[in-house]
Ligand binder design. Structure first.
Ligand code: ATR
Length: 283
């Protein structure tokens, strides 16, 4: 039997050292005996365009895109999915027939992780901490999920204002407001509090975007950071008696599963991928 040529996919970002994506995807390829390999590539901002073109030329099938390239990579794409247009951010590229296709599988990942946890945002007021690419994906999932209002709190208030305006244009969704993170202590009750910054991520486990005393009374707290599994943010939420607490691992899993399906055309073995992630977490 002729051996199939190995196909390469991967992830670009800066930093990229601690990513769990290779373990999750390579476990899935192995399980389905697909001739794919998933690698991580350290790409700095000033190398983004040259690197992406280089990967395209060398026959790479697709790439996940992470911090800090999710927004800037958009201008290199020939085709944008609906989710990319709605978020203004790309987390998955596919190279096909000399074209670059941009997708945002984070929207699906976040939506699916809420659904798995039987959490609905319908009619709820949502507070989003952060205003980067991940915040944009979560916000779109919230709008689609029927949230009644979205408040953004960010260190750089200008970026929060940009997202609020962007959502208003994309969805005619007027119930968006932007604030400085410094004013977070004035936050009133909200249905859900969603933490989308990298604060508290390993190895800075002791950090939290909000001091405990600024935590608003909420019924649901989500942190999209997946390592550690129980971030300081989630620990404080628990101490405060928040009813529903959700970490970032399911979002990572489902955004990866969707990218896997785009690149391979096969149904993702989600439980195999989940086990690989949990295994990584123990290391
Ligand atoms: P991603 O695509 O994962 O969302 P990003 O676009 O780099 O990553 O966005 C990171 C988010 O984390 C931003 O909202 C950033 O705040 P600024 O817009 O002010 O930069 C936020 N962030 C990162 N480190 C932070 C810190 N130490 N304190 C507060 N916010 C922080």
């Amino acid at each position: 039997m002729k051996s199939e040529k190995r196909k390469v996919v991967g992830i670009i970002g800066d930093p990229i050292e601690h990513t769990f994506s290779p373990a999750m995807h390579n476990a899935a390829f192995k399980h389905l005996k697909l001739p794919f390999v998933y690698e991580k590539f350290h790409v700095k901002s000033n190398e983004l365009q040259r690197s992406v073109r280089g990967f395209q030329k060398s026959g790479v099938v697709g790439l996940n895109v992470t911090v800090p390239h999710k927004e800037r990579v958009l201008e290199l794409c020939d085709f944008l999915s609906k989710e990319v247009v709605e978020t203004g951010a790309v987390n998955a590229l596919t190279f096909h027939d000399g074209r670059i296709y941009g997708d945002n599988t984070d929207v699906y990942g976040f939506t699916k992780s809420l659904r798995e946890a039987k959490t609905s945002l319908r009619g709820k007021k949502v507070v989003i901490l952060g205003a980067g690419g991940a915040a944009r994906a979560c916000a779109v999932a919230c709008v689609r999920g029927g949230a009644s209002e979205i408040l953004f709190f960010n260190r750089t208030v200008k970026k929060a204002q940009e997202i609020a305006r962007f959502l208003q244009t994309q969805f005619s969704f007027h119930a968006t407001l932007a604030f400085s993170l410094k004013d977070a202590h004035e936050m009133m009750f909200s249905g859900a509090l969603i933490q989308t910054t990298s604060v508290g991520m390993y190895p800075h486990d002791e950090m939290c975007i909000l001091p405990a005393e600024s935590f608003p009374p909420v019924s649901c707290a989500v942190d999209i950071v997946y390592r550690p599994e129980k971030t300081k943010f989630l620990q404080i939420a628990k101490q405060k008696g928040v009813n529903k607490i959700l970490g970032g691992l399911p979002m990572l899993l489902y955004q990866g599963a969707r990218a896997f399906e785009i690149w391979t055309g096969k149904k993702a073995p989600v439980e195999v991928m989940r086990r690989a992630l949990l295994q990584q977490m123990k290391q």
